[in-house]
Design a protein around this ligand. Structure first.
Ligand SMILES: Cc1ncc(COP(=O)(O)O)c(C=O)c1O
Length: 393
């Protein structure tokens, strides 16, 4: 038992990640025999590519020692990631600038610790991925909210930061974005990169949803700015969420700091998974089939959901999310999501996770599941909304 006078740090007082709570609740209902349609999950329902699974089992059969690797990752994986930048973006990246991490989540921690000091201010788009804000608070950094809602065309705008009394020390961007699926255009990405360079603002670009875009291909911020920290992982396009392999492409002058931080924080990413992960980058054929499924799922939702969900939704050109504005029905997304789950068995994520200011008007719907479940979701949500409106009348 914790003694009444023993301290719990202020820095750990951060809000819970609601998406995880909804996932737990939906899983409990599933376990009780509930027939739940999962639109709350932010991960692929497909397994890792077969060659990756084969490589993992081969390395097990060969009884490789699987001890720690060096902190920045096994050389084969760092080289393969560097080659990926040549293949996808036409860029020559020195493998020495690649740091393998425990998911992109650990890359955030390392990059924040390597690039910023306590009290530094980092602009983050709102709505946005909650871990940016929560981790910053835990590290004594100050997240500064950069509005990126409907009024701003769902994009972080440089002109809004320019109005601030003081420019931030850093700027975090993510494209495609979570929770909105919004993609920053190539021109705008270049503007952001140039602006950060000119103003000495450290740019961190979370590119975890690259490969999942339904209009234009996404460019990497590395194309326009060598000082950017680019973060990515195998969790989304590569369908390897639980393998916990992420990476950073670092500016040369941060490599040493990141190495020391990694050594002390986690020693190395899981070695067997690193060995197998080398194969992931040669599996586009298999992985693009998943992207085709997401594209179809997206269409099922966009053409079938009621206007009360889609009327003012963000343009979901990437990732696997629709950020639905439900304010015509309710401005309490937590109880609305709960009612939707209880009465229709459709699990969604309330927007308050991603936006402490306006998130009560939004629900995030993930279309990473099966096509069948998308059709079922459309059917159930339409009946739910009809009944909801009848009750409210
Ligand atoms: C924008 C964004 N970045 C990072 C992550 C975390 O990913 P990882 O599994 O690589 O830690 C997520 C997970 O949903 C995400 O949506």
């Amino acid at each position: 038992m914790i003694g009444p006078t023993l301290k719990i740090s202020d820095r750990s007082k951060m809000p819970p990640f609601m998406a995880m709570d909804v996932m737990r609740l939906a899983a409990e209902l599933d376990a009780d025999g509930g027939d739940i349609v999962h639109l709350e999950v932010g991960q692929p329902s497909s397994p890792a590519p077969q060659p990756v699974i084969n490589a993992l089992s081969e390395s097990m059969v060969e009884q490789r020692t699987h001890g720690y690797s060096v902190a920045l990752g096994i050389p084969e994986l760092r080289q393969r990631i560097a080659k990926h930048y040549q293949e996808w973006y036409g860029l020559n990246i020195d493998p020495k600038r690649v740091a393998v991490t425990v998911g992109s989540s650990m890359a955030f921690a390392i990059s924040f610790l390597a690039a910023f000091d306590v009290g530094d201010r980092i602009a983050i788009p709102n709505p946005g991925y909650p871990a940016y804000r929560n981790l910053m608070i835990g590290m004594g950094l100050e997240p500064v909210i950069l509005p990126a809602g409907p009024k701003e065309g769902w994009l972080p705008r440089l002109k809004d930061m320019e109005k601030w009394e003081k420019l931030p020390d850093g700027l975090m961007i993510a494209s495609p974005h979570n929770p909105t699926g919004v993609v920053i255009s190539d021109d705008e990405l270049k503007n952001i990169c140039d602006w950060c360079d000119r103003n000495n603002v450290r740019l961190i670009s979370d590119e975890i949803y690259h490969g999942l875009s339904y209009k234009d291909r996404c460019e990497t911020a590395l194309k326009y700015n060598d000082n950017v920290i680019v973060i990515n992982s195998l969790s989304k396009y590569f369908s390897m969420t639980g393998w916990r392999i992420g990476w950073m492409i670092l500016p040369e002058q941060l490599v040493n700091a990141a190495e020391k931080l990694s050594q002390n924080l986690y020693i190395s990413a899981p070695t067997p998974n690193q060995i197998a992960a080398v194969k992931a980058f040669d599996c586009s054929e298999e992985l693009d089939l998943h992207v085709n499924r997401y594209r179809e799922n997206r269409q099922v939702l966009l053409s079938g959901l009621p206007s009360e969900f889609l009327g003012k939704a963000a343009p979901c050109d990437g990732a696997f999310y629709i950020y639905a504005d439900i304010s015509a029905l309710s401005v309490d997304s937590i109880s609305f999501a709960k009612k939707l789950l209880d009465e229709s068995g459709v699990a969604t994520t309330p927007g308050v996770d991603f936006d402490p200011i306006n998130g009560h008007r939004y629900l995030r719907l993930s279309f990473a599941g099966s096509e069948k479940s998308m059709h079922e979701a459309v059917k159930r949500i339409n009946s739910f909304v009809d009944a909801y409106k009848r009750d409210a009348a």
